[in-house]
Design a protein around this ligand. Structure first.
Ligand code: CO
Ligand code: ZN
Length: 334
């Protein structure tokens, strides 16, 4: 599975510019879906129809977001340096000395304006990007061009590190689950590879309003409380996928949480319960779409979220795939 993960996490896809990730995922899911479509926002939607002849099969939407955080050039100086704005949650403390790459392959180095106090952190607008240009005229980047952070994928035993585990690892879980599902399923499954999550769960909102699911499951990363002086949180790397109970944007459906726990226990899958105090996922817009849906989230614990070294544990990833497959393969008594 590491080859799949590597190709996904190294791909270019800041929010609004997910085309490359979509082109990568589409051929991987086509053999396992009855129908694959792309909507106006760019969401990639793979439908696997219920085959067991039920009159009103449940519509189940599974969402993992293709986009990643990044930056966008907002101003080019006379000397050819770029000022930029954030795409999604980019922390100033993650920038200095970092590298970004634009869609055309142009590499940029992030520098910072002169610092009086070396212990302080400059805000984002005091940083600039050096693409090797010497003037506005010979700068290969234009205002509005987007870049992602670059850092190669690394596997250290079970720990996997990359710049966009959030949420390409969710995409990997969805792809792998779709591959492993039995040919015959009793629900209408919609696997959505969503766009623009990092700027406010926009893609999933549009997709959910189109699909109108009965049941919604997001696949995304969550924070952990297992590094020095982290905010106390009972989620750690290597203890299994986390079944979300609450985050700052949604409270998971209690019946779906119970069902996920029961399926995990029956299948012998280690799991954790997640209460996340900051952040949310595509489960929020799915829960609130149309007349509302039964919503939950399977989270992959991740250290250093929104830095170029997001780190997950391969056994948690494997557990998330197993949990999703067992959940989707059987009846859902909610
Ligand atoms: Co994120
Ligand atoms: Zn995410």
């Amino acid at each position: 599975m590491n080859d799949l993960i590597r190709s996904l996490v190294e791909a270019y896809g800041p929010s609004g510019f997910e085309d490359g990730v979509r082109d990568l995922i589409r051929p991987l899911i086509e053999p396992h879906a009855d129908e694959v479509t792309v909507d106006a926002l760019g969401n990639l939607i793979a439908r696997k129809r219920a085959t067991t002849g039920e009159a009103n099969p449940l519509k189940v939407m599974i969402a993992a977001h293709m986009d990643e955080i990044g930056i966008m050039a907002s101003h080019i100086t006379e000397k050819g340096f770029l000022r930029f704005t954030n795409i999604g949650g980019v922390g100033s403390h993650t920038l200095l000395g970092g590298r970004v790459r634009f869609a055309d392959g142009t590499l940029g180095i992030i520098g910072v304006d002169r610092m009086e106090d070396r212990n302080s952190i400059h805000p984002l607008n005091k940083h600039f990007i050096d693409v090797g240009a010497t003037s506005r005229e010979n700068c290969p980047v234009r205002v509005g061009d987007a870049a992602h952070f670059v850092r190669p994928f690394e596997a250290r035993g079970r720990h996997l590190t990359a710049k966009s585990m959030d949420d390409r690892i969710g995409c990997a879980v969805a792809i792998e689950a779709l591959r492993r599902l039995p040919a015959d399923v009793s629900h209408d499954l919609y696997f959505v590879f969503s766009v623009q999550e990092e700027v406010g769960t926009r893609g999933a909102e549009a997709a959910a309003n189109g699909i109108m699911p009965d049941v919604s499951i997001a696949l995304d990363v969550t924070l952990t409380g297992d590094v020095p002086e982290s905010r106390p949180m009972d989620v750690r790397l290597g203890a299994g996928p986390a079944i979300k109970v609450k985050d700052s944007g949604m409270i998971a459906h209690a019946g779906l949480v119970r069902l996920m726990r029961r399926r995990a226990e029956e299948a012998g899958i280690d799991y954790q319960l997640e209460v996340l105090e900051g952040g949310t996922t595509d489960a929020r817009p799915m829960q609130l779409a149309g007349p509302g849906s039964v919503a939950g989230c399977i989270s992959i614990p991740c250290r250093y979220v929104h830095t170029p070294s997001e780190t997950v544990d391969a056994s948690d990833v494997e557990g998330a795939v197993a949990l999703l497959v067992t959940l989707l393969s059987a009846d859902m008594e909610l």
